[in-house]
Write a protein of this length. Structure first.
Length: 133
């Protein structure tokens, strides 16, 4: 059910940074897909970091046929960036792109229901991760 899926997502987002989970991602898969045979998906939402310092990204197919990766933020930014730890890696993020658990779950819930982020959020392109099919 939707409630169970969102509860599981919330549990994983809540445990990010605990040593067991470095990131969580969700994507839509065809209904006939076997549990252990998920295909590679080019469109998804993911979060990484720790419970109160999360960075959320979304990868989507644009009208021009290019898959683009974006960092989700509350506003366009010109502020100084900050390194956020993701397990053994780091991601460069701006203050407007670093969010707590509740904000991240609002994004995940909306994405789970509608396959998109809600209006009012800014997307910063990470062009180095864009590609054609």
């Amino acid at each position: 059910s939707s409630e169970e899926a969102l509860s599981e997502i919330a549990h994983i987002v809540d445990s990010l940074g605990d040593g067991d989970h470095e990131f969580v991602s969700i994507n839509r898969v065809p209904p006939e897909t076997e549990y252990d045979e998920f295909p590679y998906m080019d469109q998804w939402m993911q979060a990484a970091g720790e419970k109160q310092q999360l960075v959320v990204e979304v990868k989507r197919l644009e009208a021009d046929g290019i898959h683009r990766l974006y960092v989700v933020g509350r506003a366009a930014t010109v502020a100084e960036s900050k390194q956020i730890g993701i397990g053994t890696r780091q991601i460069l993020a701006y203050p407007e792109e670093i969010m707590g658990f509740d904000q991240a779950m609002d994004l995940f819930t909306h994405y789970y229901k509608y396959d998109t982020i809600p209006d009012g959020w800014f997307l910063r392109l990470r062009d180095e991760y864009s590609h054609e099919l």
